[in-house]
Design a protein around this ligand. Structure first.
Ligand SMILES: Nc1nc2c(ncn2[C@@H]2O[C@H](COP(=O)(O)OP(=O)(O)OP(=O)(O)O)[C@@H](O)[C@H]2O)c(=O)[nH]1
Ligand SMILES: [Zn+2]
Length: 197
């Protein structure tokens, strides 16, 4: 998976046989014939999928920001449309969408790819969208110590589309503002106008 390199040594990998056994048991309990050909490899496939979609547990998201540079650019920087896939912690159902990040540096900038690595590290876990949003903002604030940060996350939750209230197409938008973005409405507007499609 892009961004997280060592997930093959993950907790999932270490517990592969146990997880496969439990998946097999769930298949049996929902009424499936676990020995039919189409399902023989499914427990192993699900386990390999878990290695990827839960790879975030293998990294400290702070480390994802990696190398930072000293640079006297003190104007708005935006990295937008960073696609993420996560799993809701209530139903273990996927939710996905885009993250938009804006920050006003204060002597320190990060490599552009590191924002996407940070998003991967935070989203490849069981999550709720609000926590993804605030964790990204808090980590950027902690590592880059910028003048301000704003994060917007858009998400479509399968637990709301494919089951329950069944409202396909509904989107959740969450935001977090830190530093100057809190007090400066013009800055928030500039960010919003630059991230909208
Ligand atoms: N705030 C928030 N809620 C979420 C997120 N993902 C899923 N949920 C909600 O978590 C809630 C769990 O509610 P419960 O009533 O415990 O579970 P449920 O009976 O399956 O609820 P329904 O989805 O309404 O059928 C649901 O309202 C989901 O829509 C998220 O990222 N943020
Ligand atoms: Zn859910």
């Amino acid at each position: 998976m892009a961004g997280i390199k060592d997930y093959k040594n993950s907790k999932v990998t270490g517990n592969r046989e146990l997880i496969e056994g439990h998946v097999r048991e769930i298949l049996r309990l929902i009424g499936e014939d676990v020995d039919r050909e189409g399902l023989l490899e499914t427990p192993a496939r699900v386990t390999r999928m878990y290695e990827e979609i839960f790879a975030g547990y293998e990294v400290d998201p702070r480390d994802a920001l990696g190398v930072t540079f000293d640079e006297q650019h003190e104007e708005l920087v935006i990295v937008k449309d960073i696609v993420y896939y996560s799993q809701c912690e209530h139903h273990m159902a996927p939710f996905f969408g885009k993250v938009h990040i804006g920050y006003l540096p204060s002597g320190k900038i990060a490599g552009l790819s590191k924002f996407a690595r940070l998003v991967d590290a935070v989203t490849r876990r069981l999550q709720v969208q609000e926590r993804i949003t605030s964790e990204i903002a808090d980590i950027l604030e902690e590592v880059l110590q910028p003048q301000g940060v704003m994060v917007i996350v858009e998400g479509e939750h399968l637990c709301m589309c494919a089951r329950g209230v069944k409202k396909p197409g509904s989107k959740t938008v969450t935001s977090a503002v830190r530093g100057h973005f809190r007090s400066n409405a013009a800055l928030r507007s500039e960010f919003l106008s630059l991230v909208k499609d």
